[in-house]
Design a binder for this molecule. Structure first.
Ligand code: PLP
Length: 408
């Protein structure tokens, strides 16, 4: 018999590093989710920019079933066809020539940071080991990735952290110029900061970062874990910046919820991860790669990508209309379907209150920090679901505005 579990079970048996909401979703279809009690929700969160094709996409379900009947796992002592096909597609679609598969964004970044150090070690010697990243950036939760990430709270109490890492302000080229040197092996950036508050890179800034990296023989690493696989309206966001990185990391939407990550690199750079230098037991397993291949096939089409931009406009219009009535946001920004709405000063710290009110109204949304409400829905969310989601969002915003005496 299946054991009965409730939200209270979480506090009894789980490590307390998360504070999940009171509801327990049990089923999803497209951009709709149902909880244990049968209540329906519209999903504007996409499992934090992961379920880019919604829940239970029929093609993905079929691919998964077929692959489950064929082969799940081999380990890296052998290669497999889905991994080879996926790697071919990723290299054909990007600047990259080589792919390393893993299981998450953090793991892809670990690989990228290790590769950056190893490449510099191979070509310039051990002194060239410094990594520069940006304040407010987020790159994962492993010890190396919280150290490269620009949010000190995530490494507090976990010291000593890896050395040779420094940070400066995003979109501030003068600060980067002051930090970069011949000892820099890599500059790491998100083309649009996600967890840091949905902050897109200025095009001119990105171009100058690339130039500085070239000048100092440092690799440019783009973390596209959140922005990649169609999320911003191009397959990867770097395509909109007119800048090519040397290394790119991708995960989240790549498996639409099935764990898979990848690090992409040029052939010359990739050479430094020679036999035995790095690895992952599950990385590149046929299940994950078969699903990711189908995800890539569906998303990287003109129809889906142009649909992202259309939906972007609908989201911005919906948020602007709510804001006209309730004056809760001081900025609405983002790229494609990675959108942030920053709350006004009188609601400082209240993004989570809007999220909680939205959940009660039957809508999943996200926050990015304490002051930004974030939206990362399915890239193919139907217009009718967007419209209904905004009806629910308006009810949630109205409540929070009223609680804080913001007049209509
Ligand atoms: C830009 C970025 N990099 C890395 C990560 C870490 O990915 P994962 O949680 O899959 O390790 C995230 C997760 O939010 C992210 O947004």
């Amino acid at each position: 018999m299946t054991e009965q579990v409730t939200r209270a079970t979480f506090d009894e048996v789980m490590v307390p590093n998360y504070a999940p909401s009171a509801i327990i979703p049990v089923r999803g279809e497209g951009s709709h989710v149902w909880d244990k009690e049968g209540k329906e929700y519209i999903d504007f969160a996409g499992g934090i920019a992961v379920t880019a094709l919604g829940h239970s996409h029929p093609t993905l379900v079929n691919v998964m079933r077929e692959q489950a009947d064929q082969l799940w796992h081999l380990s890296n002592v052998m290669t497999n066809e889905p991994a080879l096909r996926l790697a071919k597609k990723l290299t054909e679609k990007t600047f990259a020539d080589r792919v390393f598969f893993c299981n998450s964004g953090g793991e892809a970044n670990e690989a990228a940071f290790k590769l950056a150090r190893r490449y510099a070690f191979d070509h310039y010697g051990p002194e060239k080991n410094e990594i520069i990243a940006f304040n407010k950036s987020f790159h994962g939760r492993t010890l190396f990735t919280v150290s490269v990430g620009g949010q000190p709270k995530y490494k507090e109490g976990f010291e000593p952290t890896p050395a040779g890492i420094s940070h400066c302000d995003y979109n501030n080229i003068d600060q980067l110029k002051a930090l970069i040197s011949d000892k820099t092996c890599a500059v790491v950036m998100e083309p649009i900061q996600g967890e840091g508050g949905i902050i897109p890179a200025d095009k001119e800034f990105a171009k100058q970062v690339r130039e500085l990296c070239d000048q100092y023989n440092a690799l440019l690493v783009f973390d596209e874990v959140q922005s990649g696989v169609g999320r911003t309206g191009t397959f990867y966001a770097y395509e909109q910046l007119d800048v090519k990185p040397d290394v790119l990391t991708t995960a989240k939407a790549l498996g639409n919820g099935f764990p898979v990550g990848a690090m992409l690199a040029t052939a010359d750079v990739a050479k430094s991860l020679a036999i035995g230098t790095h690895g992952s037991t599950y990385g590149g397993n046929p299940m994950a790669c078969a699903i990711a291949e189908a995800v890539v096939d569906i998303i990287d089409t003109p129809d889906v990508l142009s649909g992202v931009n259309k939906r972007h406009d609908l989201f911005v219009a919906g948020l602007t209309a709510i804001n006209k009535k309730y004056h809760v946001f001081k900025d609405i920004r983002g790229m494609g379907l990675l959108i942030g709405a920053e709350v006004v000063d009188s609601l400082k710290g209240q993004a989570k209150a809007i999220l909680n009110a939205a959940t009660k109204e039957g809508l999943f949304i996200l926050v990015a920090g304490a002051d930004v409400v974030r939206f990362a829905p399915s890239l193919i969310i139907p217009e009718a679901d967007i419209a209904e989601g905004f009806v629910r969002l308006e009810r949630a915003v109205a409540q929070v505005a009223a609680e804080h005496n913001l007049t209509k």
